[in-house]
Design a binder for this molecule. Structure first.
Ligand code: SF4
Length: 478
């Protein structure tokens, strides 16, 4: 039976071989009551094929539903009269049945173009898919939306969205996104707002390009949107491979070149922030944050942790982060971790983890902060956790965050480390989609090379809980 055909005229990648495959059915759900099973293929509702999991959620919330399911070549049809607000409980193997929308941009700082060759194919997918923006918080540029997409966002109320704005100056955004369609960002955001769609914004800040006056302009423009929930400013990341690309003076397309602001600016020079430049961004942001707190009662504009860490300043307190609206993107994650340390140590029984050992492997940027935190942890609990900052050899030492370390980096740095105990790493190193590290290794592969357990842990409580379990079960960590 034809399932999904001509669903999108857009460039896509990673099209699933069997779209609509059910990966899991939640206990107590309507799908379980109907007998829908893992491996079934949902092929349509009310005689129409489905686009993705969001489309399913929308179409299935009706009082009359005719659901078609393919089970091993046999069509099962369910004619249902419903309340219209059922818990269906279906998780699909691939949330988008027609693949992942690929971006039509050429951002000069694109991190995907900085990834060395030879890694798994999914890492090179330059996704710019509004469905993933709503489902997983991926940032999208809105430059590849057709009128049909817009109408669907409006009709199905696909909210919230996460939008890579970078700059509201139309010419500058065209240059930063490398797409002539990018200049109508304010119109696009108004259209989202008029449809009642909430959104978060991100500015990837490039020194001397979209900070300073351009950042003021962007924040001033964005402040007018009452549907905008938060703005994040993150410093551009540049790997060794990316720097080589820059040094070869990779240029933007001619289309974009003509629209660059300023007659003398022939290309956008992407480089990392120097400490004095980072401090200037922090001070500039603080002025805006004061204004936003007075006018909106919230900080509203948050800087990525890297800005504070790279100049050795304390990250702001948790009240600053308005409930951490962009923590999935790493904004405020250091404060979140440090507050967890305080909470844990307030209630920890002195000496409770005496003789327990382990290594915390982290990126070089957060090394000092981690060391201070685990010094406190050790002195209260009696544990002997060592912090080992790991240099990123895979992408280059300029990439200094923990989440982008590869399995090979861990093995190279920790292979000869003395002592017992596991290696604790951040969960952010592991892909949500396939459980692999950046270089396609599994945690288990790394553990066997290191001859120690490798334990994903995001909080100090995770570390303590593993050690407590280890103590109770008497496991030997070789
Ligand atoms: S939108 Fe820009 S940064 Fe994102 S994948 Fe496309 S070119 Fe790369």
């Amino acid at each position: 039976m034809p399932v999904v055909s001509q669903l999108s005229h857009r460039r896509v990648d990673l099209v699933p071989a069997v779209p609509g495959t059910v990966q899991a059915v939640a206990p107590g759900s309507l799908a379980m009551e109907l007998g829908i099973e893992e491996g079934d293929q949902v092929v349509g509702i009310n005689g129409k094929p489905l686009l993705d999991a969001l489309d399913f959620q929308f179409q299935a919330q009706s009082t009359e539903v005719m659901l078609d399911v393919d089970r091993g070549g046999t069509l099962l049809r369910y004619d249902l009269e419903l309340e219209g607000d059922e818990f269906w409980g279906i998780t699909f193997a691939d949330p988008t049945f027609d693949g992942v929308r690929v971006c039509e941009n050429a951002c000069p700082f694109c991190f995907i173009k900085q990834i060395p060759k030879g890694m798994r194919r999914s890492l090179y997918v330059m996704d710019d898919d509004f469905r993933y923006s709503m489902l997983y918080g991926s940032f999208v540029t809105l430059t590849n939306l057709s009128e049909a997409d817009w109408q669907r966002i409006e009709e199905q109320h696909i909210s919230p969205m996460h939008v890579s704005v970078h700059a509201t100056n139309p010419d500058l955004r065209v240059a930063l996104v490398g797409n002539p369609n990018a200049g109508k960002i304010l119109d696009d955001l108004h259209r989202l707002q008029d449809a009642g769609i909430d959104f978060h914004a991100q500015l990837v800040l490039v020194p001397g390009v979209n900070d300073g006056e351009e950042m003021d302009r962007s924040l001033d423009d964005l402040a007018q949107f009452h549907r905008l929930r938060s703005i994040a400013g993150v410093p551009v990341g540049l790997s060794r491979h990316g720097q080589e690309r820059q040094s070869k003076q990779i240029r933007l397309s001619r289309t974009c070149m003509r629209r660059l602001p300023g007659a003398t600016q022939e290309r956008i020079h992407v480089r990392r922030y120097e400490p004095d430049e980072a401090r200037a961004v922090i001070r500039q942001a603080e002025a805006w944050q004061r204004t936003f707190r007075e006018e909106r009662g919230e900080t509203f504009f948050h800087l990525g942790d890297e800005f504070y860490l790279m100049v050795g300043e304390n990250v702001p307190g948790s009240a600053h982060y308005d409930g951490f609206p962009q923590i999935e993107d790493g904004i405020g994650i250091t404060r979140y971790f440090l507050d967890g340390v305080d909470r844990y140590l307030q209630r920890a029984r002195p000496g409770i983890l005496e003789y327990e050992q382990g290594i915390v492997a982290c990126g070089t940027l957060i090394g000092d902060t981690m060391q201070t935190a685990f010094d406190r942890f050790n002195s209260v609990t009696g544990a002997g956790v060592r912090v080992v900052p790991v240099e990123n050899q895979y992408l280059g030492p300029e990439i200094n965050v923990s989440g982008l370390l590869s399995g090979g980096d861990l093995v190279a740095r920790l292979g000869d480390e003395p002592g017992d105990g596991p290696v604790f790493v951040t969960r952010r190193m592991i892909s949500d989609r396939n459980g692999l590290l950046l270089d396609d290794q599994r945690i288990e592969d790394v553990a066997s090379q290191l001859r120690r357990p490798v334990v994903p842990a995001d909080t100090i409580s995770d570390v303590a809980a593993w050690m407590r379990r280890n103590r109770q079960t008497g496991n030997q960590v070789a």
